[in-house]
Design a protein around this ligand. Structure first.
Ligand SMILES: Nc1ncnc2c1ncn2[C@@H]1O[C@H](COP(=O)(O)OP(=O)(O)OP(=O)(O)O)[C@@H](O)[C@H]1O
Length: 693
């Protein structure tokens, strides 16, 4: 249970000043729903109101705080004309200008004959100093309050900076002094403030430097967050590893049979990865290994051979894919390979209902099905295994840490192999997986030719549409990817439908369409038709992004390529260049491309190495956006900024190692403080993995 001292921080934001039910709904969207979330919402810039010149000295286009006497009000003559108030000080006159103003309100705020403090941006208009809509107006005694530095926050429609600032100030009143969780020597060496002070300082930037990622306050807070992240991952990992495993070794016969049936030799990386996996499984500990392989590097075969190790040892194995299409594709690849062996695989997805589902569940529960392939339907409570030994989880980044544990919990001693095609930069890898054992497929199968990637304006679309005719008549198979429309699935699908109809008018029945809102069976039928060559042109939304394998496809056209993330483009392009034939990818961009957009498409043209692309993506966009963090299941940080805080991440990882070596159950005073830290960053579940948690 969360320590009492943190209760105030986890109250809903409606407890804050100025945050009613309406504002809280709006604010929640960017901050989160708890007071602590609002505290994490750090300013992005500030307005310095400390400069207080005379009217004559005030420079154009600057923010100033002035002491003025109000001379006379000139109400607007019509709705479009402004309301003006003439003012002065001992150095000269100035005008205050208001549009759509309420005269009675202004008369109260700025009564004629009185002295007032105003703050805002000034400019000269026909020689007269002028301030349009002062940001602040107050009495002389309020000068100190006005003449300060205002933090500026990221906002959302309906929430002003003033409201946000007030809510945050009120949130900061809820902070308590918490027992320090940082190592005192480390903290001293870094010259970092206490937690509470760091928060206060971070919200009161006075100079440009205070906003930098390397300011002491921001570094400290980022480190806290990264430390919580690394500690939580280490606890998850330890829990999984600790659960007694079983040594799993097979006689290798089935594996040999399948290898003989394969039309190719394994690459060295595939061989090495299998050796590493075999060694892990043979140990009495549980395996928790990540198999990382770039697009098209041949992970599926490794998954199958890994499953066979468990099956040879008389156990069951599951291979879990993130989508229905991929689960079916795995089944279609694997089933024919198993013909002639005693293994009967079953497939279980969300589509199996009623009697059919019951039948499949029975076969899994009895152990008759040695291999189950499926989607997260395999997670469900009523799925019971006779003797599950291994779970291979494909495209893991779509599942969260906790889901991963749920599957591992299906069998007491299940070994877990996680497969990811997303070349996650090392930095992000650490935040998502911590120190997980990793095998890498570093090479592509022999004989693959590089994809010829070209960048072209969307204005050439019609020529492209006509041009593919020649390719189609030569038997090429083509993916046509329609633009990503973030705001609306509907528009996205409508665009795909339109493109489909257009291409169909050119090439008739050889064109197919697949999108996310289609029924599963319809999707399968279209994919199967494309795989078999019944159709040659497949118009698609990004549903084909991950994992789809049609080695005969050699051409890909991507509309509005600039709207996609680099990692996503890489995934998409990875659908071609999977066989021996040469492939071409056309990236069509909508004009005009920003500088950043140009740089990104250039990278796509220059390299096919997913790791380089991912690193560049991280550099150009920042961690939050790489892979579209939200859907990817990678952690989203509120305070830490990657790659700026990369070194802190490494330090946090090392720190966690030392901490858990010395105090594995977090019992010492520092250990107790670290538990608080875990709660603070809502890693409540992982505290449960501690003895007396
Ligand atoms: N050693 C190999 N030699 C030749 N071809 C191979 C080899 N290993 C796998 N392949 C073939 O390469 C293609 C891609 O393999 P697979 O579908 O497993 O890729 P993947 O790693 O899952 O990639 P992605 O993440 O892009 O889906 C398949 O057609 C597969 O049969």
């Amino acid at each position: 249970m969360r320590p009492e001292i943190l209760f105030p921080l986890f109250r809903p934001i409606t407890a804050l000043k100025g945050v009613g039910p309406r504002i809280s709904k709006l604010m929640e969207k960017i901050t989160g729903e708890h007071i602590v979330d609002v505290m994490w919402h750090l300013p992005t810039s500030f307005i310095d109101r400390r400069f207080s010149p005379t009217i004559a000295e005030a420079p154009d286009n600057t923010v100033v705080t002035l002491e003025i006497s109000v001379a006379k009000h000139f109400p607007s003559r019509n709705r479009r004309a402004p309301y003006k108030i003439s003012c002065f000080d001992e150095t000269g006159p100035m005008d205050l200008v208001f549009f759509n103003a309420r005269g009675d309100y202004l008369k109260k705020q700025l009564p004629e004959g009185e002295t007032r403090i105003i703050s805002g941006t000034v400019e000269r208009f026909q020689g007269i100093l002028q301030m349009t809509h002062p940001d602040r107006i107050g009495k002389i005694e309020e000068k100190d309050e006005i003449q300060t530095v205002d933090p500026v926050y990221a906002l959302t429609a309906g929430v002003t900076n003033k409201t946000m600032g007030k809510a945050i100030r009120s949130a900061l009143d809820h902070t308590e002094e918490l027992t320090e969780w940082l190592d005192p020597a480390f903290k001293k060496q870094k010259k970092w403030p206490d937690w509470q002070e760091a928060l206060t300082t971070a919200h009161h930037p006075k100079e440009e430097e205070d906003l930098f990622a390397d300011s002491p306050a921001r570094e400290r807070l980022a480190y806290d967050e990264l430390l919580a992240n690394q500690l939580a991952l280490a606890l998850v990992r330890r829990t999984v590893r600790r659960a007694a495993g079983r040594p799993i070794t097979g006689d290798g016969k089935l594996r040999q049979e399948i290898r003989n049936a394969l039309p190719f030799d394994l690459t060295d990386s595939q061989e090495n990865s299998l050796e590493e996996i075999k060694a892990d499984m043979a140990e009495p500990l549980r395996m928790l290994r990540l198999l990382q392989g770039d697009v098209g590097s041949g992970k599926t075969v490794v998954a199958l051979l890994t499953a066979l190790i468990a099956i040879e040892a008389g156990m069951q194995a599951v291979i879990m894919a993130p989508t229905e299409i991929l689960a079916r594709q795995h089944m279609e690849t694997i089933e024919p390979l198993l013909v002639g062996t005693p293994i009967t695989p079953v497939i279980l997805t969300g589509r199996n209902k009623g009697k059919k589902r019951t039948e499949i569940l029975e076969r899994i529960a009895s152990g008759e099905a040695q291999l189950a392939i499926g989607t997260h339907a395999l997670f469900q409570d009523d799925v019971e295994f006779a003797n599950l030994g291994l779970a291979v989880i494909d495209e893991q980044h779509r599942f969260g840490v906790h889901q991963r544990l749920a599957l591992a919990g299906k069998g007491q001693h299940v070994d877990v192999l996680v497969m990811t095609a997303t070349p996650i930069p090392r930095t992000l890898m650490l935040t998502a997986y911590g120190d997980m054992d990793v095998s890498r497929l570093t090479e592509k199968p022999a004989g693959r030719k590089p994809v010829d990637t070209r960048v072209m304006s969307l204005s050439k679309m019609e020529e492209v549409a006509q041009g593919i005719g020649r390719m189609v008549s030569k038997g090429a198979r083509i993916y046509w990817v329609c633009p990503l429309v973030e705001e609306s699935d509907k528009i996205e699908i409508a665009a795909a439908q339109e493109r489909f109809e257009h291409l169909q008018s050119l090439y008739g029945a050889r064109v197919g369409l697949v999108h996310g809102k289609m029924k599963g069976t319809e999707k399968d039928a279209v994919m199967a038709a494309f795989a078999s060559g019944e159709i040659d042109v497949l118009v698609a939304t990004t549903v084909i992004e991950v994992g789809v394998n049609v080695p005969e496809a050699t051409v890909m056209i991507i509309e509005h390529a600039e709207r996609f993330g680099l990692a996503q483009l890489h995934q998409l392009r990875g659908r071609i260049g999977r066989g021996m034939a040469a492939s071409t990818c056309l990236l069509l961009y909508g004009a005009p491309l920003s500088e950043n957009g140009q740089a990104r498409l250039k990278i796509m043209r220059e390299t096919e190495d997913g790791f380089i692309i991912a690193e560049e993506d991280l550099r150009l966009r920042g961690a939050g956006e790489v892979l579209g963090t939200r859907q990817s299941g990678l952690p989203e940080f509120k305070l830490a900024q990657l790659p700026a805080h990369e070194e802190l991440l490494a330090a946090a990882r090392d720190d966690v190692k030392l901490i858990l070596d010395k105090d594995p159950e977090l019992q010492s005073p520092r250990g107790q403080a670290l538990r608080t830290l875990l709660y603070l960053f809502e890693e409540d579940a992982t505290v449960g993995y501690l003895r007396s948690g």
